[in-house]
Design a protein around this ligand. Structure first.
Ligand code: SAM
Length: 658
């Protein structure tokens, strides 16, 4: 792992200072406590991401930002006596112990309490004591406290905790429903006086105990039940438009409500789900045939897409051009659905003037798969250790994937840096060869020149990965789309096929909010506003075509049933197997009810069910991310050409051996 000190430094600047934490004592303590020692070893590499992590007993260590926010809001200072309810791993207690004089922490799970105490002593935090028990009633024998922090949420503020504050002391406690709570800051201003303010929305595990909830997380008997209203899944079921089979013409017709847009972006929650492809193909055919869409632009390499485009537009293959989409992940474009779509678009084009024909374009303009393959081939030969790192890193070219250490490790490997120059040269050569130099027309030639001019910068950034390469890639995808639309004239209309992480507005997800990443969906919305529609796709379970690592063979993997705290589970619980949910009216009940952030699942070409929560789920606000959401409760793996088994070699006829 990269030096934890550096990772902590990055965590503090990126996740704490950037989000407004200012207290120097808090920042200093967060820079010092080794969070990786408070999580299971297998999770250590995620320790400095800003998220909760599992610690056993179905509990989690709190997100660093929330720990810092709570301690800052409680005004914890040197000389203070502090109580923490819900010690969990002991991480927050360790931070507190570096600032306050005495820390009392209580945890209801005895095994966690024991482990937390052992850790704190081992790390030398001797002014923190962890006890096992129900802390919802506080620790009256140790009161009063200058600050009380509660790391679990109940329906109401536990009264005994208020009473155990010293005058001037602060209680920070999450209060609210099971899914989401408000973080309350209560200050004791007199013997019988308290003031209260809200620090924002949070999501904590339930506070279980006498002054909290029952063991199963339900409200305790002393609390009043609210009036019955529709559950969230019921609310979704009510607003959803049920969809027939994808092959039924009424399926695509349900999307006609977006046919008047200039740009329609169609997402996918994985790169290997048959239904996502088949649904997008049905919508695309209809929109091209009936509504004047002529640009089909996909998250695919430009030169490869150009080969398919020539087929669709009744042009002969480019002399000497390699067969398209032959590199990992081949199934993404070399599959049964795209093959059929190619035939269909060609048939639709048959009677049209060339300038009215629909075309197929790649937005990944730098020949991404080709470049990655070149990097790996070079490193395999010259520096196998660096090749291993690179393979892992390319497996995580996704901003939702919580794997910061991988980038860190790559940059730290000496051989990696030494190879940079040669690898970049190879990528440039490869690009020049892939683009070819004849007969691509003026527009094609201009696009090619544009690629070549900025390729080096792109490769350099790609080589090292990280947020910058993501932003650069999505900016270029958006620019390519702009060029295509501008070239098509004032009436040109485009359909975009890309992953949900590219087409759902980044500002409504962790990638935009926390990491400052943008994407094509956001950029299209900024340019086209109401003339664009961002349509996300999702599923609960089934199978998916995906690999374990970059460059390893496609497998048919089982998609785990969605998590109980995800949007997918809400859709599954609606009981409607296939539906379209229109989210354009932000004031509708369903949009308002869905606006509480939840987890959303993102599967790319890699799927790692073993670490699914950390590798594939990320926070999002669905109704802000998309204008509509298409749901397929159970889905199956996308089939590559050549049959359901991983193909070995394909016939090389034009364009795919069809
Ligand atoms: N601050 C902790 C950390 O950094 O690891 C966070 C722990 S977790 C979010 C909340 C913890 O509260 C869980 O370990 C849970 O078992 C505990 N908890 C829930 N109800 C409790 C109660 N009544 N008394 C004590 N602990 C409780």
């Amino acid at each position: 792992m990269t030096d934890p000190k550096q990772l902590r430094e990055r965590m503090v600047s990126r996740h704490l200072e950037a989000r407004g934490i200012r207290n120097p004592d808090v920042l200093a303590a967060m820079r010092e406590v080794p969070r990786e020692r408070f999580v299971p070893e297998a999770m250590a590499e995620f320790a400095y991401e800003d998220g909760p992590l599992p610690i056993g007993e179905e509990q989690t260590i709190s997100q660093p930002y929330i720990v810092a926010l709570m301690i800052e809001a409680a005004d914890v200072s040197p000389g203070d006596r502090v109580l923490e309810v819900g010690a969990g791993s002991g991480y927050a207690a360790a931070i507190l112990s570096l600032i306050a004089d005495e820390v009392f922490a209580i945890e209801r799970h005895e095994s966690l309490a024991r482990e937390a105490q052992r850790r704190l002593l081992e790390l030398g935090y001797t002014n923190a004591v962890v006890m096992a028990g129900d802390g919802s009633g506080g620790m009256p024998e140790q009161a009063p406290f200058d600050a009380i922090l509660v790391a679990a949420g109940g329906d109401e503020v536990p009264e005994p905790l208020k009473a155990q504050l010293a005058i001037g002391g602060k209680l920070i406690v999450p209060v609210g429903g099971e899914d989401m709570q408000s973080l309350c800051c209560i200050t004791r201003t007199g013997e019988n006086e308290w003031t209260e303010h809200d620090l924002g929305r949070v999501r904590f595990v339930p506070l279980i105990g006498k002054h909290g909830r029952y063991e199963d997380g339900s409200r305790s008997a002393t609390n009043h039940q609210p009036a019955r209203r529709l559950s969230l899944p019921e609310c979704v079921a009510e607003a959803a438009v049920p969809l027939p089979d994808i092959d039924d013409p009424d399926f695509a017709a349900a999307f006609d409500r977006f046919a008047d847009k200039r740009v329609v972006l169609l997402g996918e929650a994985s790169h290997g789900t048959h239904e996502f492809y088949a649904a997008r193909a049905a919508i695309t055919r209809r929109f091209v045939e009936k509504y004047g869409f002529t640009i089909v632009a996909a998250e695919a390499d430009w030169p490869d897409a150009a080969s398919l485009d020539r087929y669709i537009r009744h042009q002969p293959p480019r002399e000497g051009a390699p067969a398209p989409f032959e590199r990992f992940p081949t199934w993404m474009w070399r599959n049964t659905v795209i093959a059929q779509l190619g035939h269909d678009l060609r048939a639709i084009n048959a009677g049209r003037d060339p300038d009215k024909m629909a075309g197929f374009y790649g937005l990944d303009i730098y020949n991404m798969s080709g470049s990655i393959e070149a990097v790996l081939a070079y490193l395999d030969e010259n520096d196998p250790e660096a090749a291993k790192v690179a393979r892992e890193r390319y497996g995580c070219l996704t901003p939702w994937q919580a794997d910061p250490a991988t980038y860190g490790r790559a940059a730290m490997t000496k051989g990696y840096a030494e190879c940079e120059h040669l690898v970049i040269e190879q990528c440039r050569d490869l690009l020049l060869r892939a683009l070819g130099d004849e007969d691509s027309g003026l527009f094609g030639a201009a696009m090619n020149a544009r690629l070549v001019a900025s390729a080096e910068r792109y490769y350099r950034i790609m080589y090292y990965g990280g947020a910058e390469s993501w932003n650069l890639r999505d900016s270029h995808m958006a620019e390519t789309l702009d060029h295509l639309l501008d070239h098509g004239g004032p009436d040109a209309k485009a359909i975009v096929w890309a992953h949900n992480s590219h087409i759902g507005d980044a500002r409504a997800t962790e990638m935009g909010e926390v990491r400052g990443e943008h994407n094509i969906g956001q950029l299209v919305r900024e340019r086209w506003g109401d003339e664009s529609a961002l349509i996300g796709f999702g599923t609960h379970t089934g199978t998916v075509s995906a690999a374990d690592d970059w460059d390893s063979p496609r497998k048919v993997k089982r998609v785990l049933p969605s998590r109980s705290d995800s949007y997918e589970r809400v859709c599954h619980d609606s009981g409607v197997p296939r539906f379209l949910l229109d989210l354009t009216d932000r004031d509708s009940t369903v949009c308002r009810r869905l606006a509480e952030p939840r987890l959303e699942r993102f599967i790319g070409v890699i799927y790692r069910p073993e670490t699914e929560r950390w590798s594939h789920y990320s926070d999002a606000v669905l109704p802000e991310q998309f204008d509509a959401y298409a749901w397929f409760d159970e889905t199956r793996a996308l089939e590559p050409l050549g049959g359901p088994e991983p193909e070995t070699g394909l016939p090389d006829t034009y364009p795919f051996g069809m």
